[in-house]
Design a binder for this molecule. Sequence first.
Ligand SMILES: Nc1ncnc2c1ncn2[C@@H]1O[C@H](COP(=O)(O)OP(=O)(O)OP(=O)(O)O)[C@@H](O)[C@H]1O
Ligand SMILES: [Mg+2]
Length: 289
Amino acid sequence: MNQPAMSAKKLRLAGVTKSFVAPRTGQTTLAVDDVTLDIEAGEFICIVGPSGCGKSTVLNLIAGLDRPSSGSIEKDGAPITGPGADRGVMFQDYALMPWQTAYDNVGFGLRHGTPGRGFTAQQREERIRHFIDLVGLKGAEKKYPHQLSGGMRQRVALARLLANGPDVLLMDEPLGALDAQTRLILQIELLRIWGQTAPRSERKTAIFITHDIEEAVFLADRVVVMSSHPGRVRAVLDIDLPRPRSESVRADPRFGHLAEEIWELIRDEAYRAIGGSADTASPLPAPVI
Ligand SMILES: Nc1ncnc2c1ncn2[C@@H]1O[C@H](COP(=O)(O)OP(=O)(O)OP(=O)(O)O)[C@@H](O)[C@H]1O
Ligand SMILES: [Mg+2]
């Protein structure tokens, strides 16, 4: 019997390798080596690992912004050959257009790109307003990015991402530039918007890069731990904490154990990356790498 199409993995990375060649010296950097990973529809995946281990490279390959040197990346059973509105990307630095209001930033893809096809002007407007409300930006529509706080700018970036209707969210340290309190609030908001109270079939598929181990444990269904030189998948941990998650999950002993386990996997390399030694350092888990 034929398997239904739904059984295809949302994303399938098989033996993905990426090398960069420096134009002047010709020196080759193996940024990502033999990464194999299957991601189910509706999963929230966090990727952690020391600086330079290839996290952004993997994300860019899934986004179609770059091509693997070898191996394959498929979405819904079809090879990824370039960027597409089905995969939305969000970066640490907001990447908003400073000369446009929050409203116009959110609506940019709908007005000027393929995501707006098939919508009337009024439907586009309703959609922009819907996502502005969803991320809690009502009242700030007419403000320009420089008039917004970092947290609000990142909400604009999130609303813009969602307004384009992707089914895969690719986020590269999106909360990294925010203060600690705003970051905690946006983690909860992100889980709400991703759909943690909805059945898995209604959730988006999310891939989220972070240096904050506790953030990864709080958000993820699975945490992919990468190691560097070359960038490889070192371990994939199931985060079997109940959903929906709220602040109280941080007090669950399993939360601390998982964070500690991840830190153990990374600490030697994390210290090496900053020129230190893990031998002389505290054995306690460090939340941010
Ligand atoms: N366009 C490029 N050209 C040459 N080398 C690159 C390029 N992009 C990345 N690299 C190299 O590939 C490796 C992985 O880089 P990448 O940016 O993916 O790491 P990362 O894990 O995202 O690091 P960070 O945590 O600091 O953001 C690094 O050695 C980096 O210098
Ligand atoms: Mg990066």
